[in-house]
Design a protein around this ligand. Structure first.
Ligand SMILES: Nc1ncnc2c1ncn2[C@@H]1O[C@H](COP(=O)(O)OP(=O)(O)OP(=O)(O)O)[C@@H](O)[C@H]1O
Length: 506
């Protein structure tokens, strides 16, 4: 037996985070841990990684009882944890960060040559050698998460815990992680993989342990359970199908709500003309860094003045305040940077939006927290005491209840569990059905395919190098077409893809 947890328990004050958790994992096994937000996955991962102590139970590794007192202690035993909370230093280079746990030295000084070699080997393995020499603060968020993983690999893990880092990654990064995990498996490494993305779990994991309310409910071979079965086990009630309706509507004509004649996309130039329909959901796809985030932010007025025709009237939006006064809302998946005041309570985080939005009250905090099924103790507690997914529900919920006329969402469901994500999709679709519009970027193409099937008017626009490489509608909205249009050098294999590249009017 490789790794075993027996009767692990952990409390945070009155909150029972882990209750008598049990698990056994073989060497070379990749084990998914699947559970709703706040079900105890990260707590369990942190216990094995030495980040927090347990209150009871025991951990056995290769037949020996282990009790890691700190991450350093765990690392000495090649037990490495990577998580959404990055452990990188922005002012250091990628290679310095990768080797920081064990810097090669020559006498009293850093052996720069060996340091570079060590980092280069792992970066090459991850097809990331272009990052050599760069400071971590210069990197995009997804690249930073890949460096965090590289830092784990260089420590030759025997147990590697990957806690949700793939939610910050794009498709091409996830493919690399998949290859890396296959390699580790061959070496006998145990991988604990936490993710809310079912596609990844099926692609990478051998088996899955389900967690609910801090308990481990059972372990199953991945292949033996369908997604709906796993989700039913996770939430405790039978779920028939958590996907969208499946079929996309072909919209004959859209009732234009907002016309954007020119949208500035920094570093790339200007995107020509975007019309947004009433009741429309527009998904924004593409490989990371091709202008998708800028498109969303530009419409919110935070990348400089933008002229928009809203309900036929010309408006100049110069900043977020003006955007909000037009009924726009912006939700970011990067909640630490753009979404939450980390040192503030749940109530204060909700009130922050209330102060911005002048159109009526947004309701009392408890009502909002309950209606979005946030797991919390009391509204006065710090937002950081919630699990990652529950924090994100607060970020989304406080805006949704303002009923924005245009919801601009930049990967809004990052870290949110499968069931809650489906619920949010329903809420976005309801908002659109009321005649509002939603523009949503997602790093998960399946999510865009699913959400755009939920309303009558929808499109997916795919971006490449700051331009629109394809506009997909109706049946043309599928994963293959999004993929093909994300790298338009490959032929786009569906004739229904309407427009490509230069001078596109969306
Ligand atoms: N530092 C803390 N202080 C108080 N409560 C905490 C703390 N960390 C976690 N908890 C609570 O412990 C429970 C389990 O949280 P945990 O982060 O393990 O959940 P999770 O399954 O990883 O969730 P997610 O999918 O949202 O990341 C939650 O109720 C959470 O609010």
């Amino acid at each position: 037996m490789g790794l075993a947890f027996r009767d692990i328990s952990k409390r945070y004050g009155a909150v029972v985070a882990i209750k008598q958790a049990q698990m056994e994992i073989e060497e070379g096994e990749v084990r998914a841990i699947l559970g709703g937000n706040g079900s105890g996955k990260s707590t369990l991962a942190k216990i094995i990684g030495g980040l927090i102590s347990r209150d009871g139970g025991e951990i056995l590794f290769q037949g020996q009882r282990v009790d890691f007192k700190s991450p350093k202690d765990a690392k000495r035993n090649h037990v490495i944890m990577t998580s959404q909370e990055l452990s990188l230093f922005g002012n250091l280079t990628v290679e310095e960060n990768i080797c920081i746990s064990n810097i090669p030295v020559k006498g009293k000084f850093t052996d720069r040559k060996r340091l570079r070699k060590k980092a280069q080997d792992v970066l090459e393995r991850m097809r990331l050698d272009s990052l050599m020499g760069k400071k971590v603060e210069e990197l995009a968020a997804n690249q930073q998460y890949m460096v965090e993983l590289a830092k784990a690999l260089v420590q030759e893990p025997k147990i590697l815990i990957i806690d949700e880092i793939t939610s910050a990654l794009y498709r091409e990064d996830v493919e690399i992680v998949d290859d890396i995990i296959r390699g580790l498996k061959k070496e006998g490494c145990i991988v604990l993989f936490i993710s809310h993305r079912m596609v990844e779990l099926y692609a990478m994991c051998d088996s899955v342990t389900i967690m609910r309310n801090g308990e481990t409910l059972g372990t199953y071979p991945m292949k033996e359970k369908t997604e709906d079965e796993l989700l039913s086990l996770m939430v405790g009630t039978k779920i028939e199908s958590y996907h969208g309706e499946g079929r996309h509507h072909q919209c004959a004509e859209r009732d234009v709500f907002i016309r954007a004649p020119r949208i500035p996309i920094p570093t790339y130039g200007t995107l020509e003309s975007l019309d947004i329909g009433k009741g429309e959901i527009i998904g924004v796809a593409g490989l990371q860094g091709h202008g998708q985030t800028d498109l969303i932010r530009a419409l919110y007025g935070v990348l400089g003045e933008i002229e928009l025709e809203i309900d036929g009237k010309v408006r100049k939006i110069r900043n977020a305040k003006q955007a909000v006064s037009e009924g726009f809302a912006f939700i970011s998946g990067d909640r630490e940077k753009d979404g939450t005041f980390q040192e503030r309570s749940l109530s204060e985080n909700i009130a922050a939006v209330q102060e911005l939005v002048k159109r009526g009250k947004i309701g009392n905090p408890r009502g909002i927290l309950d209606s979005f099924h946030v797991h919390y103790d009391n509204p006065g507690e710090l937002i950081t005491s919630l699990s990652g997914g529950n924090q994100q529900k607060v970020v989304v919920g406080r805006w949704l209840c303002t009923r924005p006329r245009l919801l601009l969402a930049d990967d809004p469901t990052k870290g949110i569990d499968v069931k809650a994500r489906t619920d949010l999709h329903q809420l976005f679709a309801e908002l659109a059905r009321e005649g509002n519009a939603v523009i949503m970027l997602s790093s998960d193409d399946d999510e865009l395919v699913s959400i755009t099937s939920m309303v009558e008017t929808s499109r997916v626009i795919v971006m490449y190098e700051g331009r629109v490489s394809a506009i997909l509608e109706g049946d043309a909205i599928n994963r293959q077409n999004i993929s093909a249009a994300s790298m338009p050098v490959n032929s786009i294999h569906d004739a229904e893809v309407k427009n490509r590249k230069e001078g596109v009017t969306v």
